[in-house]
Write a protein that binds this ligand. Structure first.
Ligand code: ADP
Length: 240
């Protein structure tokens, strides 16, 4: 009896979350698609002056890239939800972090942000897991630390290990996050400042992917942040 009650309660909550997610996805996909078709129609109608054509082509390019990112993130979320089919390997986490950080240097330069990486580890440390989703953890945290920073700001990435756990710390000197939002920013499509997220090309899904990918690896994530000072995300992952 009680069991059935909780089961029904759980199922209806789950069903509501699923519905809400589908509605959000439809809305998020519709917006760039409307911008793309609007721009294409204008270009086709010949009302656009020759010197303005590039502006509309830029809109098409930008919005189609946004759609590509959204779709990639939605695929990642549904893979993490189903969980079981995700392939696991022995992943050298130190190498993975180094490579992910190097790949993001150009993005940091564009925003005049400096990336620093410190790791006391000479040797490799193997994490049993999904290379793809471990990379997603590092990249999403570092990309956010760049985008929610200030010009001339710093992103400090530290790697350490202790008693069977790797610790990855990503600290920034950016806008920070009010305490009220600390739980919610890990929810799908939740953004503190929607227009800032949009301007930087955010999908609102990054941190929910990070949280689920950390869970997949039986790790933990914590956040410490001060508004106008910056944020520190700490991920701890068990290693083999
Ligand atoms: P988005 O694509 O909007 O960045 P995320 O899921 O990655 O989506 O993050 C959710 C929200 O959390 C962001 O919109 C932003 O408001 C906030 N946020 C994430 N990382 C940071 C950070 N390093 N500093 C300040 N705010 C952040």
């Amino acid at each position: 009896m009680i069991h059935r009650f909780f089961k029904r309660l759980f199922m209806s909550r789950f069903e509501n979350m699923r519905r809400e997610f589908t509605a959000n996805v439809s809305h998020e996909l519709k917006t760039p698609l409307q911008a793309i078709s609007g721009a294409a129609e204008l270009l086709k109608s010949d009302v656009v002056k020759e010197e303005d054509r590039k502006k509309f082509l830029d809109i098409i390019l930008m919005e189609s890239r946004r759609m590509t990112r959204l779709i990639a993130d939605i695929i990642a979320i549904s893979q993490l939800d189903s969980g079981s089919q995700i392939e696991k390997d022995d992943v050298d986490f130190v190498r993975l972090v180094r490579e992910a950080v190097e790949a993001l240097r150009p993005l940091a330069n564009e925003d005049s942000v400096t990336l620093t990486l410190s790791t006391p580890l000479e040797s490799t440390r193997i994490v049993r897991g999904s290379e793809h989703f471990l990379e997603a953890i590092v990249s999403n945290l570092v990309i956010n630390a760049i985008h929610y920073n200030r010009p001339g700001g710093i992103v400090d990435i530290k790697l350490d290990y202790d008693r069977g756990h790797m610790t990855l710390t990503v600290s920034d000197t950016g806008i920070g996050i009010e305490k009220d939002h600390h739980e919610r920013i890990f929810e799908r499509f939740y953004r503190v400042d929607k227009s800032r997220s949009r301007k930087s090309g955010g999908t609102g899904l990054g941190l929910s992917i990070v949280r689920n990918a950390v869970r997949l690896h039986k790790g933990e994530i914590t956040l410490d942040s001060t508004p106008d000072k910056g944020s520190v995300f700490t991920v701890s992952l068990p290693y083999a």
